[in-house]
Design a protein around this ligand. Structure first.
Ligand SMILES: [Zn+2]
Ligand SMILES: [Zn+2]
Length: 255
């Protein structure tokens, strides 16, 4: 499995883009960054998008991708996957013919540029040989993390945005995860805000990792606020956990 980091920030600045992780060029994990990073050809290869939750920093690439597809005017569609409340929000609050055209009906329902596929927490689905399972996590809106297993049995865990949570760690302890992309948004001094908004700090990360029976081979941190990156980095270092580091936009992770 090759994971290209299109963005891994909890905000937007030059060089710091919202979350988007492209798996083997075909499956996109969150859609905070697409068109500002990928060429038209690369955008064309995306056939499935897994959404963790409907916050703007995780979905904002979708409308522009849909527009790029229709402009190229070919028979092509992308399947956007998420739990029911996430898809409902996308339909009612984004692709609602007010904020943006409803690309689930363009050019028509049958050939729509954007198709929705509901995922249910705890129920595995298979897409092009990847086994995908969603787990409810603890955020300010309905949200899931995902565990994705490729044909070779390599397992990637992605938390999306979450505060302290349980189900996904239980599954991570059942069979070893090779790579875990875990959110840490705030420094330790902002723990109250982190908990109130459904996010983690380095100290909370340590508590979450203590819940996993077998630690992942590598722990990769996403979603830090760039304004606090230095502090978060040094606080993570002080945890003394092996194989944990903060991700960078543009890097490629091989699993
Ligand atoms: Zn969020
Ligand atoms: Zn976010």
């Amino acid at each position: 499995m090759k994971i290209k980091v299109l963005g891994c920030s909890g905000a937007e600045f030059p060089g710091h883009n919202p979350p988007g992780f492209l798996i083997d060029g075909k499956i996109l994990l969150d859609a905070g960054t697409i068109g500002s990073y990928l060429s038209e050809d690369a955008q064309w290869k995306i056939r499935h998008i897994l959404i963790s939750h409907a916050h703007l920093d995780h979905i904002k690439g979708i409308p522009f991708l849909a527009d790029n597809i229709i402009i190229k005017n070919k028979k092509h569609n992308v399947t956007v996957m998420g739990i029911a409340p996430v898809l409902k929000t996308l339909k009612n609050s984004l692709l609602n013919n007010k904020i943006w055209p409803d690309f689930t009906m363009i050019p028509n329902v049958e050939k729509a540029v954007i198709k929705f596929l509901e995922v249910k927490p705890g129920r595995q689905i298979e897409i092009n040989g990847y086994k995908i399972m969603a787990y409810r996590v603890n955020h300010s809106v309905p949200a899931t993390g995902y565990i994705i297993q490729d044909k070779r049995g390599k397992r990637l865990l992605y938390t999306g945005d979450t505060g302290p949570t349980h189900a996904i760690w239980k599954e991570a302890g059942r069979a070893k995860v090779d790579r875990a992309i875990i959110e840490v948004s705030f420094p330790n001094k902002m723990e109250a805000l982190a908990v109130a908004t459904g996010h983690l700090t380095p100290r909370l990360l340590k508590k979450e990792l203590d819940k996993i029976k077998i630690l992942p081979d590598k722990i990769l941190i996403t979603h830090p606020k760039p304004q606090h990156l230095k502090t978060i980095r040094s606080e993570i270092k002080k945890l003394g956990i092996l194989n944990v580091r903060i991700l960078k936009d543009g890097e490629v992770i091989t699993v």
